[in-house]
Ligand binder design. Structure first.
Ligand SMILES: Cc1ncc(COP(=O)(O)O)c(C=O)c1O
Length: 381
């Protein structure tokens, strides 16, 4: 069955009690025990697992072609649970240009001595990753954290090549697939051991749920590490509430049409910006001029995502001026909702950010391409 069919029909069978086609919500935090101390309904307490969360996890695991998915209360909760499940003294190898809050968290954990070290790879090119792994002489556990296309620079990492290098170096490979979504890329196919999502973004797609996810490969599923990730979630109580899980499942039922539309629009927007005389650079993996385009074309199918970043000519001042003139794009953080957003990332990330001061990030929503391009043109003219 095509994944889009699976998503559209989720959860796939009517609920056994009322034969409803839409999954029910189970708000109960606790479940009655049987006389033998067993749990006839298969659930005990919602900090361990909730029946409303399960169909959303099953759908996401199927979309990523993974074995099991775990949902968390946010993307950061999911990422930090994975890191905390790894043995103390883990070394992380990650892109220098990646989702900023997670990079800051890696840095903080090194300062606190909870990570043995952090190697930041200064660019997406395979040679840079190869050099990082070659120099890496850590004997403890290593995590390679990949993000492609990256937020907000749109860097593209060759998943097959870098996962192979990472495995040769004995590292576990996690791939942040937030901006590609499983509609465009399934990193487990290319060798990742675990896929990460900020499900807050396009998986939910309506800007009304904060959620995160980890999806494991078949090899990882039965391991002690994966069991620890699950325990980490329960110990911290970093679970997704049943109402949020229900909204997320509803959002994922329309994932394929939303992603197809916003990616097609993003391509049109990127192409229009590339032709605009007041634009110095457009960073969109779908454009043949993007340095990672060939790799993106190999590992992404049916589009290149909804994230478009660009740098107006005239530097930071010009970027701020264009930002102030946009009327349809809303100046707000986050991405992957129905309405298009713009953000001046360097200002938000602050000191130490590798993002150029004149870069504006666009999250393309579901509006008509002509309206979005019209807004950008009037802001830049
Ligand atoms: C690429 C990426 N990874 C991780 C996160 C963190 O997810 P959350 O905000 O759901 O905690 C974000 C949030 O913006 C993101 O864009």
């Amino acid at each position: 069955m095509d994944p889009s069919t699976r998503a559209a029909r989720a959860p796939g069978q009517p609920d056994p009690t009322m034969r409803g086609l839409v999954a029910p919500i189970y708000p109960s935090t606790t479940y009655e025990r049987g006389r033998e101390g067993d749990y006839p309904g298969g659930h005990s307490y919602s900090r361990d697992q909730n029946p409303t969360v399960e169909p959303a996890e099953e759908l996401l695991a199927a979309l990523e072609e993974g074995t099991e998915a775990l949902l968390f209360s946010s993307g950061m909760a999911a990422a930090t649970a994975l890191l905390d499940a790894l043995d103390p003294g883990t070394h992380v190898i990650a892109p220098a240009r990646m989702y900023w809050t997670l990079r800051r968290w890696f840095e903080r954990e090194v300062e606190r001595g909870r990570l043995a070290g952090l190697t930041l790879v200064d660019g997406p090119e395979e040679e840079r990753w190869a050099a990082a792994f070659a120099e890496h002489d850590h004997t403890g556990p290593t995590l390679a954290w990949l993000e492609t296309p990256s937020n907000p620079m749109g860097d593209v990492i060759d998943l097959i090549e870098v996962a192979e290098l990472a495995h040769e170096a004995g590292a576990l490979v996690a791939a942040d697939n937030t901006t590609a979504t499983p509609v465009h890329t399934r990193p487990l196919e290319f060798g990742a051991d675990v896929v990460f999502h900020s499900a807050t973004k396009q998986l939910n797609g309506h800007g009304d749920v904060l959620a995160g996810a980890l999806v494991c490969s078949d090899e990882l599923a039965g391991t002690e590490l994966w069991a620890r990730v699950r325990h980490e979630r329960a110990y911290r109580g970093a679970v997704l509430g049943p109402f949020e899980a229900w909204l997320l499942l509803r959002g994922m039922r329309t994932l394929f049409v939303r992603v197809a539309r916003s990616s097609a629009t993003a391509f049109e927007v990127a192409a229009a910006l590339a032709e605009h005389p007041s634009v110095a650079e457009v960073r969109y993996p779908g454009l043949p001029s993007h340095p990672g385009h060939d790799i993106a074309a190999r590992q992404m199918h049916d589009g290149f995502g909804m994230l478009v970043s660009f740098r107006p000519t005239g530097g930071e001042e010009a970027a701020r001026r264009a930002l102030g003139r946009l009327t349809l794009f809303t100046d707000a953080t986050s991405l992957g909702s129905t309405e298009s957003l713009v953000e001046h990332r360097a200002r938000i990330e602050g000191e130490g950010t590798p993002v150029p001061a004149d870069l504006l990030r666009l999250s393309i929503g579901l509006e008509h391409a002509d309206d979005l391009i019209g807004d950008l043109r009037q802001a830049l003219d």
